[in-house]
Design a protein around this ligand. Structure first.
Ligand code: ATP
Length: 267
């Protein structure tokens, strides 16, 4: 569907179209549409812009990826549909490996996502060759299938758009988990080492910029940035931002778009 440029929510509709197209091409699971809708709702609370607290979360996440021994970026259908080039670029810039890991796993979907990532420039993709499959015992669903060269042996894993179960399982395995989830109350956000509460569409490109900013810092400086970060406090800051913004809107900052309608307004 062509979205008219002058549509007031053109950008949001274009993003939605990517998800719908991804679903028709088997990249996105049907449940991915529901997750996306939930994300859109939370993004209204942020004013669809990256708040300062998220910039901080993103910087710490990049510092963690840069100082990690073996960073892995886990890719699911929504991420592949929304920002394939950016996720490939972030992996290249941070030296992270890319691994496909799906809740609704089927060979058809794995193939479809592999093609999308290859088209986006990915040279190595893990999680697609059965001889390297291992399992995370704690998980009962298909996300338990991981690559022995990737998530299984990683120390830091970035899991954009995650379900809580796996974050919990990875933490219990002693791994550091970075997530991107617009819902600060999800189990994912609560269980992560670094929760980025922002839209993945903005977060990934901004993290690529952060790599260029932080790349020349020495590892002590990066570790200091990480050590000063407290995920629990950061989520409190996130909730404060959301509630203050709603309060400001409620107390008068919300513009009334119908105010110039004159007499028609009350007809
Ligand atoms: P949990 O298991 O962590 O408690 P959940 O059951 O909601 O949460 P999912 O169904 O996998 O887990 O939800 C995916 C999450 O991704 C939702 O919280 C949603 O807000 C978030 N989300 C969806 N689209 C985006 C996006 N574009 N950017 C960031 N987050 C998003």
């Amino acid at each position: 569907m062509t979205i008219p440029d002058n549509h007031p929510r053109a950008e949001s509709l274009r993003i939605r179209e990517k998800i719908i197209k991804g679903m028709h091409e088997k990249v996105v699971a049907e449940a991915g549409l529901i997750a996306h809708g939930r994300g859109e709702a939370y993004d209204y609370l942020l004013g669809e812009k990256t708040p300062n607290y998220a910039q901080k979360q993103q910087e710490v996440a990049v510092a963690m990826l840069l100082t990690s021994k073996k960073p892995v970026i886990s890719v699911n259908g929504n991420v592949a549909a929304l920002c394939p080039k950016e996720i490939v670029q972030l992996a290249e810039q941070t030296g992270a490996l890319l691994e496909i890991n799906l809740f609704y796993r089927s060979e058809e979907r794995v193939k479809a996502i592999t093609s999308v990532l290859e088209e986006a420039g990915a040279k190595t993709i893990l999680g697609i060759e059965p001889e390297y499959y291992e399992t995370i015992e704690e998980l009962s669903h298909l996300r338990r299938i991981v690559d022995i060269r990737g998530i299984y042996s990683a120390d830091v894993i970035l899991v954009p758009l995650e379900d809580g179960d796996r974050t919990m399982a990875l933490r219990r395995e002693g791994k550091k988990v970075i997530t991107i989830d617009l819902n600060p109350l999800s189990r994912t956000s609560l269980w992560s080492n670094v929760s980025i509460v922002n839209n993945v569409i903005r977060a990934i490109p901004e993290m690529i910029e952060d790599v260029f900013k932080l790349k020349n810092n020495n590892s002590d400086e990066l570790k200091d940035l990480i050590n000063r970060f407290d995920n629990y406090k950061s989520l409190q800051e996130t909730l404060n931002f959301m509630s203050l913004r709603l309060r400001d809107l409620a107390e008068g900052k919300l513009e009334d778009p119908t105010k110039n309608l004159g007499d028609i307004k009350n007809e």
